[in-house]
Design a protein around this ligand. Sequence first.
Ligand code: MRU
Length: 366
Amino acid sequence: MKVDGKHFRSIWFDGDRDTVQIIDQRWLPHEFRVVDLTTLEDFAVAIRDMWVRGAPLIGATAGYGVAVEMARDPSDASLDHTWDYLHATRPTAINLRWALDDMRALLAPLPAGERAAAAMARAHQICDEDVECNRQIGLNGLEIIKKIAATKKPGEPVRILTHCNAGWLATVDWGTATSPMYHALEAGIPIHIWVDETRPRNQGAQLTAWEMVSHDVPHQLIVDNAGGHLMQHGLVDLVIVGTDRTTSHGDVCNKIGTYLKALCAHDNNVPFYVALPSPTIDWTLKDGVAEIPIEEREDEEVTRVWGKLDDGTVAQVQICPDGSPAGNPAFDVTPSHLVTGLITERGVCEASAQGLAALFPERVLD
Ligand code: MRU
């Protein structure tokens, strides 16, 4: 998508400098910083410390991490070490394991001398596939928005609530939850986006709102607790969120707070959709609440917030008494029965084993 009129992806390979570059998302929306990732350690730090984040982008970054390390040492031992080292960076988004497995399956049978070139080609391809998946998700989600728009008075916007950042910064381009929004605007359908701030790290306030401002998408930032009130008063027509891991039976793991939004949506008959590319489906799991590992992050994300001061400096402040301990589960699981549908690159399906199997028949379910 565009930043100041120039097209960017969230990760790319600069062929002139032979370097992978990313947008360092820790500084947004206040500073737009591009950094090079040149060593395996750089890739691990970028994922672990959330310079890049969002399930599809984590996977794409891991792909390039493997490629860069293969250029240094293409041995079997190095391939195994790279898988382990990158896999340990963050536990919840399944796209990380998907990308690492995909790279290893391609590279392991090859002679060591061929691995570097093959790895880099596949890393580029993973990025391109992600962009295409998200474009298709946008077109499939557009049909849902169109149907709701048809029920409204002419010119009245479709009001869509979203949580966290499932925008282009969380993917390689387009975003998952945001792609249908961009496609709706392109189709001339008026929309209005409710952007949940998404404590503790405020990905909604810092990233989604920035994306919306950059693309002139009508939106309002709301505190996480406002969604229920807005739904009760008929001010939300549709919820679309992303996911970090969805089980083969349709349970959806996403940023902490998503489950509460799904409960509210269910209680108020608001359709609740989840947009996801297929690498976010964990075909090995059924019961999301019991089986998906939930990342626990540091207390400081809860006890402190980042922001811009009146003098323009970006600073962190403490919002609780000294010594107050915090708890910080980063994700939660929305059971499939609360999900109206899954918007994938192949179409929209019910959040169930049958729904997913109908779209992805090549996946064997027991
Ligand atoms: O902790 P984060 O910022 O990596 O969490 C991101 C999310 O929860 C997104 O909603 C999810 O990855 C979907 S991204 C298309």
